[in-house]
Design a protein around this ligand. Structure first.
Ligand SMILES: NC(=O)C1=CN([C@@H]2O[C@H](COP(=O)(O)OP(=O)(O)OC[C@H]3O[C@@H](n4cnc5c(N)ncnc54)[C@H](O)[C@@H]3O)[C@@H](O)[C@H]2O)C=CC1
Ligand SMILES: CC(C)CC(=O)C(=O)O
Ligand SMILES: [Mg+2]
Length: 359
């Protein structure tokens, strides 16, 4: 019996998680996926209940689980709290506690959504890439602080990376590329940053063990531009934490919307699955959020953590069928398609899934 830890979090988190869990219910019998869920607190919801963004109880829950399904954390209600107490600290805390060093964000072009893309370009059709983002190092985890100086305040964040940290994420990227188009683009800012120079040197060292992979390097600013200009060139993009955070939101647009981008965060223990987006406070509680990124994250969970590739494919097919029918949440809506809410979108996916799985 698989133990799933479920952390709905804040904002749209509970709404999208509800839909994702209902999808899981539909596939469990057909694919012999028996599981229990236990819900925990993270982020703002945890701060409100316990004073801590990542309470000890949640830590125990996730450490004892087989996988974690997470909604999103954060929101304006907690924006005035000091850095150490903010909801995002809970997210960083869980990533560190589970040693989730590899964040996989697969962006593929949904042909049904090309029409509404801001990039109306036939090149979008070839987009199928994965951002492999280092998740527990760099600026988000480095030494930071504020000091009074003459005339004001000085704040600083530091970026550190070690060769073992770079090597392990590079290995993830190369081995994934080996199963795909065999291209790795390593993204850094090695013309300026020491950490990036070490990144590039280490990635090149690791590349020697993967002679079949075609490695190239891009500076992050150029990569951002190339993602708009010629996105189909990319297969695997491997990069550090903050660059990967930014580039993956940007790349999500190639797939139709941030609301379509799932993610898996992997270490040696239980993996964590969450949409790439945040808690979207602007649409929270209004039945407007796109639940598909979270539903697709469940598909990633079934494939990666539980070897249920067929179940994952069935979910992906159900999502595709629903898009074929023209159903759209606001973020992917375009004239001629039908606007639906979070719940209706989830229900439509389940209906398709029942057809696909004959139950
Ligand atoms: N993994 C996480 O829990 C993350 C949390 N955050 C937190 O979320 C809060 C809001 O941050 P933002 O910068 O606004 O990023 P966001 O990703 O929450 O929202 C950015 C924009 O995308 C839209 N959007 C996001 N997800 C959507 C969905 N599923 N369906 C339809 N539209 C969607 C939002 O309405 C908003 O206009 C902040 O507190 C931030 O710290 C941000 C990113 C990741
Ligand atoms: C707290 C942030 C690092 C979350 C985020 O934006 C992300 O992981 O994409
Ligand atoms: Mg982000």
């Amino acid at each position: 019996m698989v133990k799933l830890a479920v952390l709905p979090g804040d904002g749209i988190g509970p709404e999208i998680i509800e839909q994702a869990l209902c999808v899981l219910e539909v596939i469990k019998d057909k694919y012999d996926f028996t599981y229990t869920t236990q819900t925990g607190l993270l982020g703002g919801a945890a701060i409100d209940a316990t004073g801590e963004p990542f309470p000890e109880e949640t830590k125990e829950l996730v450490l004892q689980s087989d996988a974690v399904l997470l909604g999103a954390v954060g929101g304006p209600k907690w924006d005035q709290l000091p850095g150490e107490k903010r909801p995002e600290k809970g997210l960083l805390g869980i990533r560190k506690a589970l040693n989730l060093y590899a964040n996989l964000r697969p962006v593929k072009c949904w042909p049904q959504l090309i029409q509404q893309s801001p990039l109306k370009n036939e090149k979008l059709a070839g987009v199928d890439l994965i951002v492999v983002r280092e998740l527990i190092g760099g600026a988000y985890f480095g030494k930071r602080g504020q000091e009074a100086i003459l005339g004001g305040i000085k704040a600083y964040d530091t970026i550190e990376y070690s060769t073992p940290e770079i090597a392990r994420i590079a290995k993830v990227a190369f081995s994934l590329a080996g199963k795909r188009r065999k291209i790795v683009t390593s993204v850094d800012k090695a013309n300026v940053l020491d950490t990036s120079r070490l990144w590039r040197k280490t990635v090149e060292e690791i590349a020697k063990d993967y002679p079949e992979i075609n490695l190239n390097h891009l500076y992050v600013d150029n990569c951002a531009m190339q993602l708009c200009l010629n996105p189909a060139q990319f297969d695997i993009i491997v990069t550090e934490n903050m660059f990967g955070d930014i580039l993956s939101d940007q790349a999500s647009v190639l797939g139709g919307s941030l609301g379509m981008l799932p993610s898996a965060s992997i270490g040696e223990g239980p993996a964590l699955y969450e949409p790439a987006h945040g808690s979207a406070p602007d649409i929270a509680g209004q039945d407007k959020a796109n639940p598909l990124a979270t539903i697709l994250s469940v598909a990633m969970m079934l494939r990666i953590s539980f070897n249920r590739g067929e179940a994952a494919l069935a979910i992906e097919k159900a999502v595709s069928n629903v898009l074929d029918q023209g159903l759209r949440t606001g973020d992917i809506w375009s004239p001629g398609t039908q606007l639906v809410g979070t719940r209706a979108m989830g229900e439509a996916v389940r209906k398709e899934l029942r057809k696909i799985t004959n139950n």
